[in-house]
Design a protein around this ligand. Sequence first.
Ligand SMILES: O=C(O)CCC(=O)N[C@@H](C(=O)O)c1ccccc1
Length: 368
Amino acid sequence: MKLTGIELRRVGMPLVAPFRTSFGVQHERDVLLVRVVTDQAEGWGECVAMGDPLYSPEYVDAAADVLRRFLIPALGDADRLTADRVGHVLHGFKGHRMAKCALEAAVLDAELRAEGRPLARELGAVRDSVPCGVSVGIMDSVPELLDAVSGYIDAGYVRIKLKIEPGWDVEPVRAVRERFGDELLLQVDANTAYTLADAGQLARLDPFDLLLIEQPLDEEDVLGHAQLAKLVTTPICLDESITSAATAAAAISLGACRIVNIKPGRVGGYLEARRIHDVCMAHGIAVWCGGMLETGIGRAANVALAALPGFTLPGDTSASDRYFSTDITEPFVLDAGYLTVPTGPGLGVAPLSDQLDAVTTSTEWISL
Ligand SMILES: O=C(O)CCC(=O)N[C@@H](C(=O)O)c1ccccc1
């Protein structure tokens, strides 16, 4: 397969409602899409970097820059490029995992489309559909939260994730438990908002039988999570801390987590995501697929990944309408709490040109 050129396309996708986390409020997604054109097919990848470096050091303008100046030229210089070599070719460039993921995913999509192979099969999927959880932001009041959770349960979501932060943790969790009962699969996500000094407050969540507490401490505080794990009974899940199979193995060995949220963009691509899945399975650590408010392009790839055997917990693989009134692909629609794994070649979906053009804010063609 010979690369002939790559398109960097920015799209502006308004959210159906503001999405508040411990690090800020999202009103829209400024998404960078990568389209790889080869002599045999073309492929798409989605960069999940946010507009600001608040979730991770990456942000979308930096991703576009590093792709344009470093990552894409490096691919252009490579001989006989295949998707499984992209990570190796880009390894010399430090960080920028979300940018690398988008590029590798687009090459992988093109390669699989040319060969007529679905991404799910390439990754080792064992399921035809995946159970879907939903992430619920921080709200202005508990009644507003309960209304939102009620709507998602009515929509069929099989698991509820509540964003928490100091001052919005025990009360909303208690209210959701009391309203919706003990059977509801419920977890929380702090996005690094606490410190080890908050262990007593976090331990007050233990009576609510949560599936997990996600990333309570700073992403670099792996030892702190290992100490916290001795002070609370709710399983610790890591997100921001896990950037590779190596860091996953280290965190597990240190006892810093019992569950891992796998996000391909955070770890540099779907092939590294599969390696993390394999490491976690070997250690008996459950994994689930996180989300970054992806369009149908990233969503399709995440649903394929979530179908691997070690993904034993519902992920943040929500329907398209959780975030967008109109997606740029055929929408992902929940069916009894599940999303169907795409079966077409590559991603199995592609942008719908009218929808894509309607939200495109810029395009840039880079010849190779
Ligand atoms: O369903 C989704 O796609 C979003 C799931 C979610 O809560 N993502 C969180 C997270 O920290 O995992 C996030 C939101 C916005 C930006 C970065 C991360």
